[in-house]
Design a protein around this ligand. Structure first.
Ligand code: SF4
Length: 323
């Protein structure tokens, strides 16, 4: 299948400054060498604890941050090497849906204006009439009645606000959307509705998603493949079914064993693998394998040599010395 997004050795480091001369004394290596492809039409889930760099990775792919190093190819063009004008043009085809529908919508703008804004920025509508018609169409696409276009964001529920955010993201007819934890801030009863909407839109409009989430249960059914990140690096990447049925990396196993099983006998049989300790700082990651400070299987080799991210079996990538 056709590759839409190709990420190669992507790094996003933020300098740490200190003292009166604000000298650079170190770097937070939020993303520290990510390599993966996203095929056209697929949903790639990206999972990890908060602070693992998944949101930063999403933003660096969209060029909302300029990557420190590495390549981000979109439709065959390496954006990391292009100037602002090329990036602006590409951005029309790549959008983001934000985690917090409360914070990401300007409270002083009417819903119709919020959705119309990208149409204006990218010159999609030629006049006010066309703009109004497009806004109506976008609102209908996400299940909002066009009659509410003159209302303000605070007049809507969380789920409806996320629909507004989705309509705004769709305004420029993008091919690729980074969904940054789009359901984590919503009530459980609303989450399925938004997931179903995203799934329907993907099919209807031929969209490709990078779907960021902090736990594995959320991405299982929506993702074609899932990548697991830890401290700025990819630990494991494979198809959704393979990851849940045959996880290879100790960190993935730990994340999976944290998901409760609704069936009590099964739940009792299961061996839980608890993650001990806190996530180390991305400014000072452990030597060798980044997971070594919390991995129950860690050996001296793990603490000295960083495992390579390599293909263990067809399409199943993992970074662990024991695999
Ligand atoms: Fe654990 Fe070693 Fe594998 Fe890292 S390389 S996940 S420390 S076993």
């Amino acid at each position: 299948s056709e590759i839409l997004v190709r990420v190669k050795d992507l790094k996003m480091h933020f300098p740490i400054r200190s003292g009166v001369f604000s000298r650079v004394v170190g770097a937070v290596k939020a993303v520290d060498g990510l390599t993966f492809d996203i095929a056209k039409g697929e949903t790639l889930g990206l999972v990890g604890e908060s602070g693992c760099g998944k949101t930063t990775a999403g933003r660096a792919i969209l060029q909302l941050y300029r990557p420190t190093a590495g390549e981000v190819e979109f439709r065959g063009v390496d954006l990391a090497k292009r100037g602002p004008e090329d990036v602006r043009r590409a951005r029309r085809h790549m959008q983001m849906i934000f985690q917090d529908p409360y914070a990401s919508l300007n409270p002083q703008m009417r819903v119709g204006e919020i959705i119309a804004r990208p149409l204006r920025v990218h010159g999609v509508a030629r006049n006010a009439r066309e703009e109004r018609a497009l806004v109506t169409e976008l609102m209908q696409k996400v299940g909002l009645h066009p009659s509410v276009r003159d209302r303000y964001p605070h007049e809507f529920s969380g789920g409806q606000r996320q629909r507004i955010g989705i309509a705004r993201a769709l305004a420029t007819s993008p091919d690729f959307i980074v969904c940054d934890e789009p359901i984590s801030a919503l009530d459980v009863s609303i989450q399925a509705q938004i997931v179903n909407l995203l799934e329907r839109l993907r099919e209807e409009l031929g969209l490709t998603y990078l779907f960021i989430a902090h736990d594995l249960s959320m991405v299982r059914y929506i993702s074609t493949r899932v990548g697991v990140m830890y401290l700025g690096k990819m630990m494991e990447l494979t198809t959704s079914d393979e990851l849940y049925e045959r996880p290879l990396h100790p960190y993935t196993k730990a994340l999976l064993s944290a998901i409760p099983i609704p069936d009590p006998p099964l739940e009792r049989q299961r061996q839980r693998m608890l993650l001990e300790g806190d996530l180390p700082s991305p400014a000072d990651p452990p030597a060798g394998c980044r997971f070594s400070s919390r991995c129950p299987m860690a050996t001296d080799q793990c603490r000295a040599i960083e495992p390579e991210f390599r293909e263990a079996t067809g399409g199943h990538w993992v970074a662990c010395h024991l695999v």
